[in-house]
Write a protein that binds this ligand. Structure first.
Ligand SMILES: [Zn+2]
Length: 359
């Protein structure tokens, strides 16, 4: 008998002995709109680690062509000078390939007395300059405070003018709130995101005057319900991929609530039966998104997940699983659903030129 040494969990990297199919989906079955990505160019005070390095736009477009992606939504527009830069860099150069969303002036929350009107006006300017939507980081509800030091709730009435203005302008609000659930749970040996939180302790939201995950979700649902003329896109599967029943219920109550699947293959792929039912039922409200630097490898992983019956495969590309130690299963979605998720829903919500996708 050989002696078996103790092994740290972090060093444990088992290789499945299971004989499995590995389908390489080189091209998506239909043209794709990546409705959640970050091509950040000169983003000032970018939260959560700053912008990714940029590469020459022509090179990026060649990568998209290779990957079968027709258009990408860049959520890093910001406002003012940054937004103009971003629009010039992407949209003016390739009007059919890029959409840029405006962002919020987060520093204004503590400064401006009439924050709703201030941000609404900024959004008007952004849309006039060419922005096609508004991105809201999950700082809202967790970090942004008013002059009295009080946290803004996601559904704070002072922001109503902003949400209403997006509706008037006909641009969607892509919003990330809370998510994931484990970041709001005690950081102990039962936490399924223990390794991520160990590496990023600032991602843990528990204690002080921080709201619970459930409270944040109720606040989000309240905003969506109170602004039926504004389209909202809940980032990362409606900010609650761990509970598709909850997300589906809000979608049923609110025809103005859409979701993107970005960065949540891990969550969707570990509940393939529930996820497939969810896609079948809400096919007209789900947008494709990667939320990762565009590459053929990233997109092929998504196509494999959505299109095949492959089993028990990694949801990540690097060395280690970033979102928990499990594998995923393909959803084998039918053509009609794939077409909606890949581009039809995005064309409708973003007001894109349909002809680009059918020629
Ligand atoms: Zn993102």
């Amino acid at each position: 008998m050989t002696a078996i040494p103790n092994l740290d969990l972090r060093d444990f990297a088992p290789r499945p002995a299971l004989t499995r199919n590995e389908t390489v989906v080189e091209q998506p079955r239909f043209p794709v709109v990546d409705a959640h990505n970050h091509l950040g160019y000169l983003v000032p005070n970018a939260p959560f680690g700053g912008a990714w390095p940029t590469r020459p736009v022509a090179e990026l477009v060649a990568e998209l062509d290779r990957s079968g992606v027709r258009a990408v939504v860049d959520l890093d527009g910001g406002f003012g000078e940054t937004l103009r830069h971003e629009l010039a860099r992407y949209v003016e150069a390739y009007p059919e390939r890029f959409v840029v969303f405006a962002g919020l002036d987060y520093a204004a929350f503590e400064r401006e007395r009439n924050i709703g009107a201030y941000l609404a006006n900024q959004l008007r300017e952004g849309v006039a300059a060419g922005a096609r939507g508004l991105k809201v980081w999950k700082l809202l509800g967790l970090r942004l405070r008013d002059q009295g030091g009080k946290l803004y709730a996601v559904n704070d009435a002072r922001l109503d003018e902003l949400w209403a203005t997006a509706g008037e302008l006909g641009v969607p609000v892509l919003i990330h709130v809370g998510d994931p659930v484990a970041f709001f749970q005690p950081l102990d040996r039962f936490n399924e995101r223990y390794e991520a939180l160990q590496a990023h302790p600032d991602w843990h939201f528990l204690g002080g005057d921080l709201p619970s995950f459930h409270t944040l979700m109720e606040q989000l649902a309240d905003v969506v319900m109170r602004h039926p003329r504004t389209n909202f896109i809940g980032a990362h599967v409606g900010c609650y991929a761990e509970n598709l029943g909850w997300v589906g219920q809000i979608m049923e109550r609110c025809p103005n609530f859409f979701i993107d699947i970005s960065a949540r293959l891990a969550e969707l792929g570990r509940q393939p039966y529930t996820a497939r039912d969810f896609f079948m039922r809400h096919a007209d409200r789900i947008l494709f998104g990667a939320d990762a630097p565009p590459s053929q490898a990233v997109y092929r992983l998504h196509y494999r997940f959505l299109e095949t019956r492959d089993e028990y495969f990694p949801y990540w590309l690097g060395e280690r699983p970033p979102q928990g130690r499990w594998m995923i299963y393909g959803l084998d979605l039918p053509d009609a659903v794939l077409r909606q998720v890949y581009y039809e829903n995005a064309v409708r919500v973003l007001g894109l030129n349909q002809a680009v996708f059918t020629r």
